[in-house]
Design a protein around this ligand. Sequence first.
Ligand code: FUB
Length: 324
Amino acid sequence: MKQARYLFPKDYMADPSAHVFDGKIYIYPSHDWESGIAENDNGDHFNMKDYHVFSLEDVENGEVTDHGVVLSVENIPWSGRQLWDSDTAFKDGKYYLYFSMKDKNDIFRLGVAVSDKPYGPFIPQDNPIKGSYSIDPCVFEENGQYYIYFGGIWGGQLQRYRKNKALECASFPADNEPALCGKVARLRDDMLEFDEEPRDVIILDEHGNPLTQGDTNRRFFEASWMHKYNGKYYFSYSTGDTHLLCYAIGDNPYGPFTYSGVILTPVVGWTTHHSIVEYRGKWYLFHHDSVPSGGKTWLRSMKAIELEYNNDGTIKTIEGLESY
Ligand code: FUB
């Protein structure tokens, strides 16, 4: 599968988080729509109000089923606005949908909603995860332990925190200082809260030094994803304002991770976001671009393309503008 496939031309869906549940691929995307809000650096134009779930059995040609609305902003007790990226994990017969949303004070928090089925509907908890902040949750399971990765700068508000505490004023490190990091925390056994203080996901350069804030072609911006390949842990993410999907490799889920390259060069649109999953013997990159909407950054369409590795475990870079 050398050409990317648009998965759901009927509607705008972004930030696709894909998992294999019950032998099928399930996709948990954000649901873009035309809200009429002007574009700005805070991302107010990404004013999403519900989530759908999709499933498919054949990534390359098969029919894609839309399971409809599974959670809406008006049904979440602590809701303010903006349902951003989400992800889902399965444990002991239940599915847990983790999502980013602004609370009533316009602060991004992470929430959880629970279902007996991978296709919902999902019932939200009354409150956000205690101690959570920022956006873009991704959950990775290993040996019965679940780790949640999260964080995003600019509109994702990560610059408002240090050491998991809110600052009085947002602040960025200087360009030559270590970059702001994504976060990771083990989840509690009941999957509803953090089981530890979130830790920094540190990304090192080739000399073993943390990437700096000014290294905008490599430093973390948002859109965490974790997968394991040949015994190594691949932390992948978007560089945001330089529009790259990059990855860094480590020896355990907490890192540190060493920067290893670009997965996807810039696509049409501002954001780039993804998930990586193995299915039926192949690896796939699920991502989005704004080609079908004529370049409207807030109206994105989800896609899939095969992802390949080199013999040394590095990922073959996919050209974003050539993949449609
Ligand atoms: O979809 C809203 C936001 O745009 C996501 O949370 C970010 O990762 C970016 O894709």
